[in-house]
Design a protein around this ligand. Structure first.
Ligand SMILES: NC(=O)c1ccc[n+]([C@@H]2O[C@H](COP(=O)([O-])OP(=O)(O)OC[C@H]3O[C@@H](n4cnc5c(N)ncnc54)[C@H](OP(=O)(O)O)[C@@H]3O)[C@@H](O)[C@H]2O)c1
Length: 382
């Protein structure tokens, strides 16, 4: 199989390395014939080009693997690749989460495959496992630690009893967090991953923007001290449940019990749990990012296409609305306590309280009214 690679950064260079090293009978049968780069100084190999059409219009290329990131021009390139009769593989969660409907429609017309294992959970075989599960089972819900950057920050804050800002700086120095970490710490990265996981788990396309999201930007040492003293560890959790007529989904910091399987998933590791009829609970743990772990997932997709094992993973797509009427007990720290009077179950400090069981919709409305820039909210596992 001849492959055109779009992007030669952290993930793309890992894909090239694994395939060029041809370490197994499967990778020996893959061949990268062209690589798209952006700048002259990157043209270090005769396969490199700065013109995407050299790849997209090449009739000998069977699969286009996109590892560029960003919405455009990745989306336009992949649409063109499909129209030109090529299968596509992508690690780009953001682009796929906003363009899934049109890309899958085009893939359907052309009879081509879209694979996106690396877009969610990095090297963890999460997407392919969902596909296998669905061959004989119905996935009813999933929840997971989908973001290594925030998990690293939360683990280190708990270990060192240091501030969010200090631990974010440490994560940036170690290359775990980007210079602009907003997508990670505000939960948007997890939101894209939840959207894509709903596609694979439930066979439905929902709008990522409809998934309620709360990040960890405002978490303080005081919040973690309360969690620790009361038997909890804080994790940023993305979750979704298929309720037949709608999908209930959200991204939210959760105080999980120290005995919970997720409590010991530390540093930059990811863990995702699916629940289904016959398999029950199944948890996948591993490296959620990094050059070779993520490239491993991209190459697995390429091999599946090459060996005809791409399955009917994403057929029977439905569309659903997101219902954010998730009920739970919430920990809220705010300087505007009085706004929340009607939902305060128990005060835990001058500025923090626990709600009784309330709906996320109700809490969201009060949060909008409070308009408190430093408010922190976490769901508390019961
Ligand atoms: N890194 C991870 O661990 C990881 C894990 C899972 C998923 N992903 C996803 O994988 C994708 C790639 O991530 P990455 O970490 O490999 O990013 P990266 O290191 O920034 O690599 C992307 C490369 O593509 C190049 N590029 C961008 N637009 C281009 C264009 N129009 N033409 C040619 N080259 C172009 C970039 O060049 P410039 O730098 O010059 O713009 C860069 O060299 C993203 O969607 C990311 O979310 C990454």
């Amino acid at each position: 199989m001849k492959i055109g690679l779009l992007g030669h950064g952290v993930v793309g260079s890992g894909v090239r390395k694994i395939i060029d090293d041809a370490g197994t009978p499967y990778t020996k049968d893959l061949q990268i014939t062209k690589i798209l780069v952006k700048d002259e100084w990157e043209m270090t190999d005769e396969r490199m080009t700065m013109n995407a059409d050299d790849i997209l219009d090449d009739p000998d290329i069977d699969i286009v693997a996109e590892c560029m990131g960003g919405i455009e021009p990745a989306r336009t390139f992949l649409l063109k690749a499909l129209k030109n009769g090529k299968h596509i593989v992508t690690s780009n969660k953001k682009m796929l989460a906003v363009s899934a409907a049109e890309l899958f429609e085009e893939a359907g017309k052309q009879g081509k495959t879209i694979r996106y294992e690396a877009s969610c959970g990095g090297g963890i075989p999460w997407m392919s496992s969902l596909c296998r599960t669905r061959r004989i089972d119905t996935v009813t819900s999933f929840r997971g630690i989908f973001n290594g950057t925030t998990n690293y920050i939360l683990s280190r804050m708990a270990d060192e009893k240091k501030s969010f800002a200090q631990m974010l700086k440490e994560a940036q120095e170690l290359g775990y967090a980007e210079r602009d970490p907003s997508d990670d710490i505000d939960g948007y990265d997890v939101r894209y991953k939840v959207m894509l996981s709903c596609m694979r788990a439930f066979g439905t396309i929902i709008s990522a923007e409809d998934i309620p999201v709360c990040g960890i930007r405002h978490i303080s040492e005081e919040d973690l001290a309360w969690a620790d003293a009361n038997g909890y560890v804080c994790k940023l959790i993305g979750s979704a449940e298929d309720r037949d007529d709608c999908i209930s989904a959200c991204v939210m910091p959760v105080f999980v019990k120290k005995t919970d399987d997720f409590a010991n998933i530390r540093l930059n590791f990811n863990a995702i749990e699916s629940r289904s009829g016959t398999l029950g609970s199944c948890i996948y743990v591993g490296q959620g990012a990094g050059s070779l772990p993520t490239a491993h997932a991209v190459v697995q997709d390429l091999i599946d296409i090459q060996t005809g094992q791409d399955g009917a993973c994403d057929t029977l797509m439905r569309t659903h609305t997101v219902n954010s009427d998730h009920k739970g007990v919430y920990y809220i720290r705010t300087a505007k306590m009085t706004v929340f009077n009607e939902v305060i179950g128990r005060r835990v400090s001058e500025t923090a309280f626990l709600t009784d069981t309330v709906s996320l919709n109700e809490i969201s409305a009060l949060i909008r009214t409070a308009d408190d820039d430093s408010l922190f909210i976490a769901e508390v596992d019961e």
